[in-house]
Design a protein around this ligand. Structure first.
Ligand code: URA
Length: 223
């Protein structure tokens, strides 16, 4: 089920417009031929975190219409989000259609397909305004952080995309292949949750200090 209902009304309206654009998008003729449906991002808006994957999976989003749902990658990602206590998340992809090779198997999207889809992603991020953008896997990381940025999973990067910090993590498919343990993956998600909590607390205390300073100034000038 879509999680858009968790959004505030103006953001929900804006996201619905992007959803319509995505669902009707026919920019990449090859993808239009192989997709079952185009899959827009889904989740809360505004959101604390946006998770960005590669493209809807053949047995997942391509079938369900919701990113990271109905397949093993989606099950793992969503269970890690729940187990680390993260909420107000938005989940999306670089590319909105499932790319397949001639044999009907999942393939990586081409650079042209990613470029042609990036407008949809940027529109979503502008509406969702996440504090952190989690890049799931090296391909997403390279695309959003740039070719020269080293991929160091589970460490907040000093690189930003607009007001959001980019944060690299392994892709759930990499973990499902057995290249990284579930235990370590969960630890990474909990590190991310702590990082967000600290960022939130620091922002709140900065806001509180500037309010106190303003009140003190008012008291001095009105004496
Ligand atoms: N499902 C998605 O939505 N994205 C991926 O990158 C993989 C599976």
């Amino acid at each position: 089920m879509s999680a858009l209902a968790a959004s505030r009304a103006p953001e929900r309206t804006a996201l619905k417009q992007v959803q319509d654009l995505v669902r009707g998008c026919a920019r990449c003729p090859t993808l239009v031929r192989c997709r079952t449906q185009a899959v827009p991002g889904d989740g809360a808006a505004p959101a604390e975190i946006a998770f960005v994957g590669i493209a809807p999976g053949r047995f997942g989003g391509d079938r369900t219409g919701i990113p990271f749902s109905g397949d093993r990658s989606g099950t793992l990602l969503r269970s890690m989000i729940a187990r680390s206590g993260l909420d107000r998340v938005f989940i999306t992809n670089l590319v909105r259609c499932n790319p397949r090779d001639e044999g009907g198997r999942n393939r990586d999207p081409s650079a042209e397909e990613i470029a042609s889809c990036s407008e949809h992603l940027m529109r979503e991020l502008a509406i969702v305004r996440p504090r952190v953008i989690v890049c799931l896997g090296r391909m997403v990381w390279t695309r959003l952080a740039g070719k020269k940025a080293p991929f160091k999973p589970a460490r907040p990067a000093t690189i930003a995309l607009g007001p959001a910090t980019l944060y690299p993590m392994y892709h759930p498919a990499y973990v499902n292949r057995g290249a990284y343990t579930h235990r370590r993956y969960l630890r990474d998600f909990r590190t991310l949750a702590r990082y967000l909590h600290r960022a939130h607390t620091a922002e709140q205390s900065a806001r509180e200090s500037s309010r106190r300073l303003r009140d003190a100034n008012v008291a001095v000038t009105s004496r």
